[in-house]
Design a binder for this molecule. Structure first.
Ligand SMILES: Cc1cc2nc3c(=O)[nH]c(=O)nc-3n(C[C@H](O)[C@H](O)[C@H](O)COP(=O)(O)OP(=O)(O)OC[C@H]3O[C@@H](n4cnc5c(N)ncnc54)[C@H](O)[C@@H]3O)c2cc1C
Length: 364
């Protein structure tokens, strides 16, 4: 791979560069290493170039797919018969500073964790708990990326995007982005090409208040404490690595899209009924009187332990929520495994699991 995401991919995939673009397997671009051929693939390293690709595909009425780090997509074995834009525009620029904060504009194709590392090295805080998440900065608003008590909606102040419908470049406010739990107006829509994102970060060198109990415990801190920002980053990276949630080409537990399912959110009355027959179920309060249940707990308690395998695919041996390609799997097998788990959880608990990644060319 000739690009910034090369370290996401194995040597097994490196020969794909020699393959003519029209025959390229999209597996090369995804962390699952799954996905059939694209119609055409165009890599854009400049924003204008990316916009031109999108504009042309739109004018020609061709199906169109944006890929950046490929860490949140499940692409069918038949591939994608259209234009695939591989986004590699880069750059980090301070656009405002003062009053103990800085606003940083990050090009969409910038590898997310490079930016987090840069922010932490500068003593800027607000994204440190999102350390180690694969993919690009421009994809973080798509599903309001979150982990260890932080979500990008807490720091995003603007999203720069090209709007295919209006054929114009615009700047969306956080309210216009419609952020929710692993969602936004961008997810499951191909209307916008995000070109850059502005983040507002604090500059005092201390992390945002720690909100996540496991992280607080590991830091030896109390919930709400602030710790040196580099310490927060290091601790998050350690926790994530132990769960196979930091990409490592040699570790097939990381050949995944991270969490395959979102945590189900159910009405409080439904949850109350569920726990009369099944006490001790972990849960958190959700929005508007709802209850959020950890999908990992439901999966394990429906009889699917870590390592539970399908054909060339399995649940990660380190994390119940990650479905992985062991090297010989295909997308059909991965989705069979996902359906088996979804159906088992539904039969056992009456709770529906929903996939977190974007599915391309497949039904679930
Ligand atoms: C090991 C592992 C751990 C993970 N941990 C987490 C986690 O803790 N929290 C979390 O939230 N996610 C996590 N993820 C999921 C994933 O890393 C994030 O969702 C990430 O933001 C996806 O970025 P990407 O560049 O790889 O997007 P891609 O997979 O390339 O694209 C994902 C979707 O966004 C669209 N898209 C991408 N870039 C743009 C753009 N510039 N403009 C418009 N649309 C765009 C694509 O068309 C596609 O629909 C994890 C994934 C892995 C493999």
């Amino acid at each position: 791979m000739p690009d910034a995401y090369a370290d996401h991919l194995t040597d097994d995939n490196s020969e794909a560069d020699a393959v003519p673009a029209a025959d390229r397997m999209l597996a090369v671009y995804t962390t699952l290493r799954l996905g059939g051929p694209a119609g055409t693939v165009t890599t854009a390293v400049e924003t204008d170039e990316a916009v031109a690709v999108v504009r042309k595909a739109t004018a020609e009425g061709r199906p169109f797919l944006i890929l950046a780090g490929g860490s949140n997509v499940v692409i069918g074995d038949a591939g994608f018969d259209g234009e695939v834009l591989v986004l590699r525009n880069r750059g980090v620029e301070v656009v405002a500073e003062g009053d103990g904060e800085v606003v940083v504009r990050v090009a969409a194709g910038e590898p997310w964790d490079d930016f987090v590392g840069y922010a932490v090295a500068n003593g800027w805080s607000g994204v440190e708990c999102l350390s180690g998440i694969p993919g690009s900065a421009g994809a973080t608003p798509i599903q309001n990326v979150g982990a260890y008590g932080q979500e990008v909606e807490q720091t995003i102040v603007a999203v720069h995007a090209y709007d295919r419908v209006a054929d114009e470049q615009l700047v969306l406010t956080p309210a216009e982005c419609g952020f929710g739990y692993r969602s936004s107006v961008f997810k499951h829509s191909d209307r916008h090409l995000v070109t850059a994102v502005d983040f507002r970060l604090a500059t005092d060198g201390l992390s945002a208040p720690i909100r996540y109990a496991e992280l607080a415990r590991q830091l030896g801190a109390e919930a709400g404490d602030r710790v040196p920002v580099a310490q927060a980053r290091q601790t998050v990276l350690q926790l994530r690595a132990g769960k196979g949630m930091v990409l490592d080409p040699a570790d097939r537990d990381t050949w995944s899209v991270g969490s395959f399912f979102t945590n189900p959110v159910v009405p409080a009355a439904f949850f109350a009924e569920l726990t009369t027959t099944r006490g001790g179920m972990p849960h958190w309060p959700g929005e508007n009187g709802t209850v959020k249940i950890p999908a990992a707990w439901l999966i394990e308690n429906a009889g699917f332990p870590k390592g539970f395998a399908g054909a060339g695919v399995s649940i990660s041996t380190k994390h119940t929520l990650a479905l992985t390609n062991r090297g010989s799997g295909d997308t059909a097998a991965l989705l069979d495994l996902a359906r088996t788990i979804r159906d088992g959880v539904r039969d056992r608990f009456g709770v529906e699991l929903h996939p977190e990644p974007v599915l391309v060319g497949v039904e679930f």
